[in-house]
Design a protein around this ligand. Structure first.
Ligand SMILES: Nc1ncnc2c1ncn2[C@@H]1O[C@H](COP(=O)(O)OP(=O)(O)O)[C@@H](O)[C@H]1O
Ligand SMILES: [Mg+2]
Length: 284
């Protein structure tokens, strides 16, 4: 089922920059979707349309088959939660607890319900021990987690994140991606994430949309999208590093393979099979 449908939208900034020009995309309920594109391709502008922060100049966006303007902003903010790229743009309350409580308080929930939601959200992102800290005292990665908690406390159906791994160290990237995958699988939240890190896509996402110059060029599984290497290059992207190595082995070392393995696990399986075949051929 399609939960968010982006129909041919156009958006131009005040200075005349055309950031979206005929963008179309169906976001499916329960999926973990990457919006993969180089800097300036329109990812942030597109994400800001998903909860009505920006309004398209042409075209429309449907949430559960109903046009966004038919919802109150309060309802759509609750059902589609956005985590911005820079946590410093999102956090403003003196303490972690108060920051996460801000959204639920605005929903007019009871004190008990607010406390329950804040504690649950902090626990989901593993930040319970830091609940009383001031926001300034947190590391960059911890700030990102608090931003995610703030959105989770609203109990959204769709979680939208703008380059959530940007600025994190390798362990921080794995930990945020694992958290997002868990929220997607265990809580059933639809996750949409803008990124330009191709290596993450085949490891974590079900589908990926390639964005370039304000348009979605292609949507598909990572296997489908990365099999078109010319299009990836055209969109100023690269194949995941493992796929680059496998492509060199195929094209320059004549190692036959039907599909390019995209992850360490897939490449390992392929290489072990190939080595085992060679061994059994020698021993015959
Ligand atoms: N506030 C703004 N005013 C004018 N142009 C902008 C503004 N924000 C983004 N843009 C332009 O819109 C285009 C798309 O930007 P953006 O959505 O931020 O892309 P991405 O997130 O993929 O890097 C770029 O050309 C960018 O320079
Ligand atoms: Mg951006």
């Amino acid at each position: 089922m399609v939960i968010l449908q982006i129909r041919n939208i156009k958006y131009q900034y005040h200075d005349g920059t055309l950031a979206l020009c005929g963008t179309c995309l169906d976001i499916r309920k329960g999926e973990f979707l990457a919006i993969l594109g180089p800097n300036g391709s329109g990812k942030t502008t597109l994400l800001k349309h998903l909860n009505g922060l920006l309004k398209p100049m042409e075209g429309e966006i449907l949430f559960e088959q109903k046009s966004l303007p038919k919802y109150s902003s309060k309802e759509i903010f609750q059902r589609v939660g956005i985590v911005f790229q820079d946590p410093n743009d999102q956090l403003f309350a003196p303490s972690v607890w108060e920051d996460v409580a801000f959204g639920p308080m605005n929903l007019g929930l009871s004190k008990n319900e607010i406390a329950y939601r804040v504690n649950e959200a902090l626990s989901l992102v593993d930040m319970t021990p830091h609940a009383n800290k001031t926001v300034d005292a947190l590391s960059f990665g911890q700030k990102k987690r608090v931003c995610i908690a703030g959105v989770l406390a609203m109990k959204p159906e769709v979680l939208v994140l703008d380059e959530p791994t940007c600025g994190l160290d390798p362990a921080g990237v794995t930990s945020i991606m694992t958290l997002l995958k868990e929220l997607n699988i265990k809580q059933g939240i639809t996750v949409v994430m803008a990124t330009n890190t191709v290596d993450l896509v085949p490891v974590y996402m079900n589908r990926t949309a390639i964005m370039y110059h304000g348009k979605i060029l292609r949507v598909g599984t990572p296997e489908e999208v990365f099999s078109n290497t010319d299009e990836i290059r055209h969109a100023c992207l690269e194949l995941p590093q493992i796929a680059q190595l496998m492509q060199i082995l195929r094209n320059e070392n004549n190692l036959p393979m039907d599909n390019l393995p995209l992850t360490v696990g897939e490449a390992r399986k392929f290489l072990i099979n190939t080595i085992n075949l060679k061994h059994s051929a020698f021993s015959m």
